[in-house]
Design a protein around this ligand. Structure first.
Ligand code: EPU
Length: 308
């Protein structure tokens, strides 16, 4: 007993020093409302706190996992060992930092809600981010997932990002040209702390209209009031979308306990209340199997799956 106490001492000092939450249920931090506990959880408020936290975790050899808004995330029922860092409180005032005759560049903390950037853009007659209407989550999360729709994606509006390098613990600014964006993905090893976004000057009325149109379309076609992680599968590179394939395979409404294929949109798996990660994964496998048998297409998961 004494030995165990001695062994956990550095962790409890660490937990106290950084105000860490212990054995925190992760369902609270995901839009799916699913997930076991994280051993340690931190919600740093600024980049200095973040840097000290990561440095200390490295010294103590504690594995670290990063999340943003938790809106594209499925966490296992056994939860996450080590430290989880949620970046949604890394906020700073959304500010105009550069302007020319055609564009404005703004800066925002990684933890800002994407919807807040959308509102800022509309209020200031800036166009280019209307595609993000109704996309939940944070700026950092949206960048790392290269969130988007058919009409646009994050990669097109990012000027640069400020990143905490996890090896040197230095802040680095990485310009667009050096960023390796692909479909719903950014290949990056550091942690995004803020981003510069360049938008075009436009007509406010028109911008508001496009936002409204996109939002209405989303609300009409997606189960926005259910717990989910958004579209569950990536769209295949060619041919029909994942949602249409699942729909055509007759799988809407198929369920495993409280995990169900949405009746509204085939590419949404919803948590009807008490779904576990296990339920979601079983349903996912069944969907993949049936779609493969019917259409010879392998659906790949878009949602990030994490945990033990
Ligand atoms: N469709 C069906 N049945 C369904 C769902 C869709 O037949 O159950 C058909 C639609 O009628 C349409 C086509 O499939 O002809 C495409 O559907 P939709 O317009 O809904 O777009 P999507 O390809 O399913 C993509 C993004 C969404 C984004 C929408 C809005 C991916 C994987 N999905 O969906 O993103 O909101 O476009 O433009 O890229 C997300 O990433 O989490 C997400 C929800």
């Amino acid at each position: 007993d004494g030995m165990i106490k001695e062994a956990i001492k550095p962790y409890s000092i660490f937990a106290q020093e950084f105000d860490l939450l212990l054995d925190e249920p992760m369902g609270k931090y995901t839009s799916f409302k699913i997930g076991g506990t994280a051993d340690l959880l931190a919600l740093p408020k600024d980049k200095i706190q973040l840097k000290n936290l990561i440095k200390k975790a490295r010294e103590l050899d504690i594995p670290v996992t990063f999340f943003g808004g938790g809106t594209n995330l499925l966490i296992s029922d056994r939860g996450i060992r080590g430290l989880v860092v949620i970046t949604k409180q890394l906020k700073s005032k959304i500010e105009l930092i550069e302007t020319d005759s055609e564009t404005d560049t703004i800066i925002a903390g990684a933890g800002e809600r994407l919807s807040k950037i959308c509102r800022f853009a509309a209020n200031n007659s800036l166009t280019g981010i209307e595609f993000a209407a109704g996309i939940p989550g944070t700026v950092g999360g949206a960048i790392i997932m290269n969130a988007g729709t058919k009409s646009g994606e994050m990669s097109t509006i990012i000027k640069s990002i400020e990143v905490l390098n996890q090896d040197t613990f230095e802040m680095e600014t990485i310009g667009k040209k050096l960023l390796n964006f692909s479909y719903r993905h950014l290949n990056l090893s550091g942690i995004i702390v803020s981003a510069e976004i360049t938008l075009k000057k436009g007509n406010q009325e028109q911008i508001e209209q496009i936002f409204k149109h996109n939002l209405n379309k989303k609300n009409a076609s997606q189960p926005v009031s259910f717990a989910s992680a958004g579209c569950f599968f990536k769209n295949p590179a060619v041919g029909k979308s994942a949602g249409e394939l699942i729909d055509k395979a007759g799988l809407k409404g198929m369920s495993v306990n409280d995990a169900a294929v949405s009746e509204k949109h085939g590419n949404f798996i919803v948590n009807r209340g008490n779904a576990t990660c296990q339920d979601i994964l079983l349903l996912k496998q069944q969907i993949q199997k049936i779609v493969f048998e019917k259409f010879n297409i392998k659906l790949e998961t878009e949602v990030r799956i994490e945990g033990e």
